[in-house]
Design a protein around this ligand. Structure first.
Ligand SMILES: [Ca+2]
Ligand SMILES: [Ca+2]
Ligand SMILES: [Ca+2]
Ligand SMILES: [Ca+2]
Length: 328
């Protein structure tokens, strides 16, 4: 991971962050960068805190949640993609490869999972069936391609790549054809996420003043100019009804999950703890938010209600469990 080939989720502001998502051994990178204040970023003010959830680090199955959650763990020796039920039961390994397999993303109909792997020497985007069979390579170049996100109609995949010299957002067909660049900014542009109606793509961009959430139309024309950030933070996740966006921001050295309205208004902080809370993902009914949190030497996957209450831990492997992606 220190070679930092598997990215696509996580903080983008530094070269390290661009190349190392919050999975596996990137713990060391996170700790170092945080301890050294190495991001070179100002400490941004926290969005308005409106809730104060209490961490409950116990395994409490919930019958209310639906959909499967794909995630990444190094519990078997290196980063692999796993899937589990939304109550944490049935944790099953899907990939079996000594390379780093990360950043799973469900197709809208649940029939395919896109993911990153550096098995050919640099990060590429693959797709596979939900049982791990049928792995298919979609990108094939020496650049770092990662962070797949499916369009709501299942016909296109947005992703990020540095093939043109810096990280930009691209789209392609789901067979890997017609790879087209959407952004053109010298800074980081990544973490694409389609709006539920397919018309827009939220993404993380750094235009020189720190990473922030922007929204562009799905054809790449920017709806918001560079002085009109939707919100500070990174790694947007659109609620299923399109009304809100969950994201991550840096709160005095640790990461917190918050939600904003899709127009950038009413930021609400959901997590309140010194752990690195990151990679939010919504349940299909929009009632819950999954995320990764690393309070100690490893990360685990948690879920909470969309208002920050009802915090529940789903994984307890003792390894680094990260990058949850809730299927629809
Ligand atoms: Ca692997
Ligand atoms: Ca590549
Ligand atoms: Ca860029
Ligand atoms: Ca935190």
């Amino acid at each position: 991971m220190m070679r930092a080939l598997a990215w696509g989720k996580g903080r983008p502001s530094q070269a390290m962050w661009k190349l190392a998502p919050l999975v596996g051994l990137s713990l060391g990178v996170i700790a170092l960068a945080s301890a050294c204040g190495g991001e070179g970023q100002e400490v941004r003010p926290a969005p308005t805190a409106t809730t104060t959830p209490t961490r409950v680090a116990t395994l409490v199955p919930s019958s209310a949640a639906t959909g499967k959650i794909a995630f990444v763990s190094n519990r078997d020796g290196n980063n692999e993609v796993y899937v589990m039920n939304s109550d944490g039961s049935g944790q099953t390994r899907l990939t079996r490869n000594p390379a780093s397999d990360t950043s799973p993303a469900w197709s809208p109909d649940g029939s395919r999972i896109a993911f990153n792997s550096d098995r050919d020497g640099d990060s590429e985007i693959y797709v596979m069936n939900p049982d791990g069979s049928g792995e298919t390579l979609l990108t094939d170049n020496t650049a770092l391609d990662a962070g797949a996100a499916w369009s709501p109609d299942g016909s296109r995949i947005a992703f990020q790549s540095d093939r043109d010299g810096n990280v930009e957002v691209y789209v392609m067909n789901t067979d890997g054809s017609d790879q087209t660049r959407l952004t053109g900014n010298p800074g980081f542009d990544g973490h694409p996420e389609w709006s539920p109606d397919g018309s827009r793509i939220a993404f993380t961009s750094d235009t020189g003043t720190g990473e922030a959430i922007y929204i562009m139309s799905a054809d790449g024309s920017l709806e918001m100019n560079t002085t009109d950030k939707l919100a500070t933070g990174w790694d947007p996740a659109w609620s299923p009804d399109g009304s809100r966006i969950a994201s991550t921001f840096d709160h005095e050295g640790d990461f917190e999950i918050y939600v904003i309205n899709a127009d950038g208004s009413d930021p609400t902080r959901l997590t309140h703890n010194p752990a690195m809370d990151n990679t939010a993902t919504w349940s299909p009914d929009g009632q819950r938010i999954g995320f990764e949190s690393n309070p100690g030497l490893n990360a685990a996957i948690y879920v909470m209600n969309a208002d920050g209450s009802g915090l529940t831990r789903l994984t307890d492997s003792g390894a680094w469990d990260s990058s949850p992606a809730w299927g629809r």
